[in-house]
Design a protein around this ligand. Structure first.
Ligand code: CP
Length: 349
């Protein structure tokens, strides 16, 4: 049997960057979802998995983060690597030094680089010029280290992905919507983007999803009709209405108010309770216990935004399991692309 593998690739992921869902084939995405669940099992059972012993990981953050930062730091340590956090004011990237020059220096000292920031071109430049695997921890366009853990959470709850329907409520053009649209279409999940017409996903992202769907059999629906969009959903997903740095709060809040996830909307799915969950990438504005929440309440009289406190605290909600899965999914991505593991091929099952 050993002879069979001689001369073949020893790891199809080795040295690769994960910059978007489009960095992977559908089979590779499914592999990372399952590998993430396996690594979660190892962690829960205190089974060592130090696949990155002695490696150095650079963590570049232009924006704040709780889950992504914590996931990369704790995963790197549990894999045996050393993570170094570099905030926007810690290094010269973009101010005194170009992406190319920064990438060349970091690539000469670190074995892998995570980037969270604004431009997709920055993470692509880091990958192009560093010579080491680069992982997208969120850009304006994509959030792949979110969707792999999201689909891990769906698989944990339902045991499978194909044929399930995920409905995303809210801004259909944001990074999470783009990533879910493409990720679900890759793994054969139906994906509904329920959004005001003004916030429809771009033609580019819809075209990628439709092409995937031709192979996977998923159904793609982009609509502003809430009743039609939520019907038959297994997963209701939403994200914040106003992202970091956005100024046009009033316009966006008024536009997105009808798309709030509340109990009435959950019931409109018509799905039995044991076949329906709620996901949110977090952080969520479900009460006034934040500065943002307080501000919005003072200005617009709204105590809850994209999801009501009732849904957020209900049995439907798996957002905290999803948040924990960020860690295990990100660990899978780092280990597969940098860990010299024996993964000679992957196939859809
Ligand atoms: N969902 C997400 O990216 O969380 P953080 O902003 O806390 O990293």
């Amino acid at each position: 049997m050993v002879q069979e593998f001689l001369g073949k690739e020893e790891n199809v992921f080795q040295g690769r960057s994960i910059l978007a869902e489009t960095s992977m084939t559908p089979a590779e995405m499914e592999y990372l979802i399952d590998f993430g669940l396996h690594l979660k099992y190892l962690r829960k059972h205190n089974i060592p998995h130090r696949y990155l012993e002695g490696k150095n990981i650079a963590l570049l953050f232009e924006k704040g983060s709780t889950r992504t930062r914590s996931s990369f730091v704790t995963s790197a340590v549990e894999l045996g690597a050393h993570p170094d956090y570099m905030g926007v004011n810690d290094i010269h990237l973009g101010n005194k030094e170009s992406v190319e020059d920064t990438a060349r220096i970091l690539g000469s000292m670190f074995d892998g680089i995570e980037f969270r920031g604004f431009k997709q071109s920055t993470v692509e430049g880091l990958a192009k010029f560093s010579g080491v695997p680069v992982w997208n921890g969120l850009t304006d366009e994509w959030h792949p280290t979110q969707t792999i853990p999201d689909l891990m959470t769906v698989k944990e709850n339902f045991g499978h992905l194909k044929g399930l329907t995920l409905t995303y409520m809210g801004d259909g053009r944001n990074n999470v919507a783009n990533s879910l649209l493409v990720a679900c279409s890759m793994v054969g999940m139906n994906v509904h983007i329920v959004t005001p017409k003004e916030l429809n996903p771009s033609e580019k992202h819809v075209a990628i999803a439709k092409k995937n769907a031709e192979v996977s059999g998923s159904e793609i629906l982009i609509t502003d009709d809430i009743d039609k969009g939520v019907k038959g959903s297994n997963v209701i997903y939403t994200d914040v209405w106003v992202s970091m740095g956005e100024k046009n709060w009033e316009e966006r809040v008024n536009l997105l108010k009808p798309y709030q996830v509340n109990m009435e909307l959950m019931k409109k799915t018509g799905t039995p309770d044991d076949q329906l969950i709620f996901l949110h990438c977090l952080p969520a504005f479900h009460d006034t216990n934040t500065t943002y929440g307080e501000d919005v309440y003072e200005k617009y009289g709204i105590k809850e935004m994209e999801v009501t406190d009732e849904v957020f605290r209900s049995d439907y909600c798996r957002a905290f399991e999803e948040g924990e899965n960020r860690k295990h999914g990100i660990k899978a991505i780092m280990a597969a692309t940098l860990g010299n593991l024996f993964i000679p091929s992957v196939a859809l099952h």
